[in-house]
Write a protein that binds this ligand. Structure first.
Ligand code: DGY
Length: 320
């Protein structure tokens, strides 16, 4: 008899066919709200789950006594209680690697957009306010040659360093648990303390995963250490930052600008003060959101889940 998978992320026809070749599939649209009742009904039969952006809490897991594996279509695993899944004997997999370059592209898009005021000035053009050659009031700041500070030197941090070093001739400094000699050598990068990075970097890019230790890591004290011309970029998770402190830093000119792909609460509230600030570039959590990369992530998740349900070790096991 085929095993049963509850799918809560739409797959391309090719990937759905690949999944259905080996397992029975129940598809739930919008499991966080409208589909929640259907999800609850389907969980008792589920051997596998595949999806993203759903907080899989103990109450939901209690409904799924047959569950063997959860394949998340994401690299971040902050929606899961990993220890609880391990206790229940449930494998968790994620989708690293395939999204690294695309997410770094998003980070660099925010660096450029925030520094050169791309969104603010493009909006001005659309509003018919480009009536004369622009002057210093609308000038941005250079990116090339400035110091790129990366907090968290994982795969995405490295891909950012590569862009900054080779593409924009930027000195790279980074903060991570320990120095990475290969990174230092390849990008002429320098490992430093968090405080040193905050003081020295022109662009401060956050790439850390959200964990107990990183929650609220960047708060009022950290923004005070940044220079008034510094630009803060967040492509990791909103909760790594104290958003009130960020808003204060932007409103009072403690920092120059911010490029934000992630927020404390998502979707960001339409009345968030962040959205009223010209010096904020806000995007809707698009780090990995290209056709090619989202398909690659979904393929990776399908492969991980099928391997787990066959009794093999999936390639991207988070809780070995
Ligand atoms: C990831 O893969 O973790 C992205 O941020 C989407 O959640």
């Amino acid at each position: 008899m085929k095993k049963h998978v509850v799918l809560y992320k739409k797959l391309s026809p090719a990937l759905l066919a690949r999944l259905e070749n080996e397992v029975d599939v129940t598809y739930i649209d919008d499991p966080a709200s409208d589909g929640l009742a259907r999800l609850r009904q389907a969980l008792p039969h589920a051997h596998g789950l595949l999806g993203a952006s759903l907080k899989l809490d103990a109450a939901l897991l209690d409904l799924a006594p047959r569950l063997e594996a959860v394949a998340s279509v994401s690299v971040g695993v902050d929606n899961y209680d990993i220890a609880d899944l391990s206790r229940r004997g449930v494998m968790l997999t994620n989708t690293p690697d395939v999204l690294t370059e695309t997410t770094a592209d998003t980070g660099f898009a925010l660096v450029l957009a925030a520094a050169r005021r791309v969104v603010e000035l493009a909006t001005l053009v659309r509003a018919g306010q480009w009536t004369a050659s622009i002057g210093p009031r609308h000038f941005g700041t250079d990116v090339h040659g400035k110091t790129l500070g990366i907090i968290g030197m994982g795969r995405i941090g490295e891909a950012l360093a590569q862009r900054g070093h080779f593409g924009f001739n930027m000195p790279v400094i980074y903060h991570s648990h320990s120095p990475k000699p290969a990174v230092d050598q390849r990008f002429g990068a320098r490992h430093c303390t968090l405080d040193e990075l905050l003081r020295e970097a022109d662009f401060i890019c956050l790439t850390l995963p959200l964990t107990k230790e990183t929650t609220g890591l960047i708060g009022a004290r950290e923004f005070e250490l940044m220079g008034k011309d510094s630009i803060f970029i967040n492509i990791s998770r909103g909760k790594v930052v104290d958003e009130k402190a960020l808003i204060h830093a932007l409103q009072t000119g403690q920092i120059r600008a911010a490029g934000l792909d992630v927020f404390e609460r998502e979707p960001v509230q339409t009345d968030s003060p962040l959205l009223a600030l010209d010096n904020v570039v806000a995007t809707p959590h698009i780090g990995s959101a290209t056709h090619e990369t989202r398909e690659a992530m979904a393929r990776c998740a399908v492969d991980n889940l099928l391997a787990a349900l066959r009794g093999e070790r999936p390639q991207n096991l988070v809780n070995p």
